[in-house]
Design a protein around this ligand. Structure first.
Ligand SMILES: C[S@@+](CC[C@H](N)C(=O)[O-])C[C@H]1O[C@@H](n2cnc3c(N)ncnc32)[C@H](O)[C@@H]1O
Length: 246
């Protein structure tokens, strides 16, 4: 089949960090977004996504297709009490708050209040700020604090982890006690821009290279943890779903 230059361009996989999809071509990813995601995106999520696109750290934002997945999961498991580690400007947080019932709660942890406050006016406009309890600080001590209260153990239906990758094993050790038996944890970026399967000497951004080993170790760690069932999805930058068995 003859392929013209424009088509060739579309078939070349993206190599920079413009977005985090692992799909084989930008054109295919655009197709999914334009056909199935953007037409159903809440107007406030769209506004937050567009606001974040102007921010220097925009690559950190949860992509809209992954947001759609998170929303679906929360509704499928009838989650009411949820936890998020890693808020940034709040795309996954707003997605979660919108998906929860009116009396649902999301406890949101991030080192940066500044990022959270960028998106806060839009979260307020969406009418879901009352569901959010934002706490600023490094997540590990905040989680340890939560674990000191026995009432928090097994209290969360859904937990989304999207912060410093070098701490994912430490997060897992804690959130597994916080999620209820039968509850769900989603770990973001577990395919780390595809680098987990790349040869050690493959060219990659230093940021990706520096954390790649942690993500590889984390994926192995989850695979041998018999307290959970796991499902690795290639949505976004890879999200691993863990269902707590006991
Ligand atoms: C990938 S972004 C989160 C993206 C977010 N889920 C969204 O939907 O846009 C990672 C966030 O984790 C936060 N973070 C990094 N290390 C942290 C730590 N040790 N404790 C708490 N937050 C941390 C950063 O401030 C940043 O906002």
């Amino acid at each position: 089949m003859a392929v013209n230059n424009e088509e060739k361009q579309q078939l070349i996989p993206h190599t920079d960090l413009v977005h985090k999809s692992l799909l084989q071509s930008d054109a295919l990813y655009e197709y999914i977004l334009e056909t199935s995601v953007f037409p159903r995106e809440h107007p406030c999520l769209k506004e937050l996504r567009e606001l974040t696109e102007n921010h220097s750290q925009k690559i950190m934002a949860t992509p809209a297709d992954e947001g759609q997945l998170i929303s679906m999961l929360i509704k499928l498991i009838n989650a009411k009490n949820t936890l998020e580690i890693g808020v940034y400007t709040g795309y996954s947080l707003l997605t979660t708050a919108l998906a929860l019932p009116s009396d649902g709660k999301v406890l949101a942890l991030d080192m940066s209040r500044e990022y959270y406050e960028m998106g806060l006016p839009i979260i307020e406009k969406a009418g879901v700020a009352h569901k959010i309890d934002f706490r600023q600080g490094p997540a590990l001590p905040l989680l340890d604090q939560l674990l000191q209260d026995e009432n928090n153990k097994g209290a969360f239906d859904f937990i989304f982890v999207d912060a410093d990758k070098n701490n994912y094993i430490n997060y897992h050790k804690r959130v597994l006690d916080l999620v209820k038996v039968g509850g769900l944890i989603g770990y973001d970026n577990t395919l780390w821009v595809g680098s987990v399967a790349a040869p050690d000497d493959a060219p990659m951004h230093s940021f990706i290279m520096n954390l790649r080993g942690y993500v590889i170790e984390f994926n192995k760690y989850l695979a041998q943890d018999l307290r959970i069932e796991i499902c690795q999805l290639s949505v976004g930058d890879g999200i691993t779903l863990c269902r707590r068995i006991y």
